[in-house]
Design a protein. Structure first.
Ligand SMILES: [Ca+2]
Length: 214
């Protein structure tokens, strides 16, 4: 009994000390994602709208005017560093004002680049879309879990407005959040916790020995 308990204690302690540590990755934080007073941190087609928001203050992306074919323009975050392999999720709320063409579309996604300065485009993540038919309400969108692709060093967040051929489209965006995907925490023990853990094991061992001898 003493041998088996000691062995178990040793195995558990070794696993606790040398076991895998939490691999929760860092993800790019959306700059100024609530647009309370301005669109600082956002470029391209980014216009602050002080009349719409949830609450007030949003990024108005539009009007985007399309000629003979569907045309899209986006508001882009500043260039942010990423680490390939990390899992991130992107969420935002989109608002299609009443009276906009129902043929339009809004899209939320990450744009990945293979250099540190967002110069060489690599790929676009899975997006989340709001249809032009969903008007007059703030629609929550999320990409779900996105794995930062191999080779990616930087990223921009894209808030896209697409207008169908021959139409003009505007979509407001608010509450942009980019965060790490919650992973199952891997238990690890600090030094004080290890001492308590050891004491409990020792007590268990003594009790077990007593019961065997008694
Ligand atoms: Ca806002």
């Amino acid at each position: 009994m003493r041998t088996s308990l000691s062995t178990v204690a040793l195995v558990i302690l070794v696993a606790a000390v040398y076991g895998p540590t939490s691999a929760r990755g860092q993800c790019p934080a959306a700059p100024n994602g609530s647009f309370t007073t301005d669109v600082t941190g956002w470029v391209n087609l980014a216009t602050w709208d002080g009349t719409l928001g949830n609450p007030v203050g949003s990024d108005r992306v539009g009007p985007v005017s399309a000629g003979g074919s569907e045309t899209c323009f986006n508001s882009q975050s500043s260039c942010l560093p990423v680490t390939a392999g990390n899992q991130c999720t992107l969420s935002a709320q989109a608002y299609v004002p009443i009276g906009q063409p129902t043929s339009g579309l809004g899209g939320l996604s990450y744009l990945f680049y293979s250099d540190a300065g967002c110069s060489t485009f690599l790929s676009q993540s899975t997006g989340a879309n709001v249809p032009g038919t969903q008007q007059g309400t703030w629609v929550p969108l999320t990409t779900g879990a996105v794995t930062i692709p191999p080779g990616a060093q930087s990223v921009k967040i894209s808030l896209n407005t697409c207008a169908a051929a021959g139409t003009s489209m505007t979509i407001n965006w608010d509450n942009v959040v980019s965060a790490g995907v919650q992973q199952e925490p891997v238990p690890t023990l600090g030094s004080s916790a290890l001492l308590v853990f050891g004491a409990i094991l020792a007590l268990a061992g003594i009790l077990a020995l007593r019961s065997v001898r008694g």
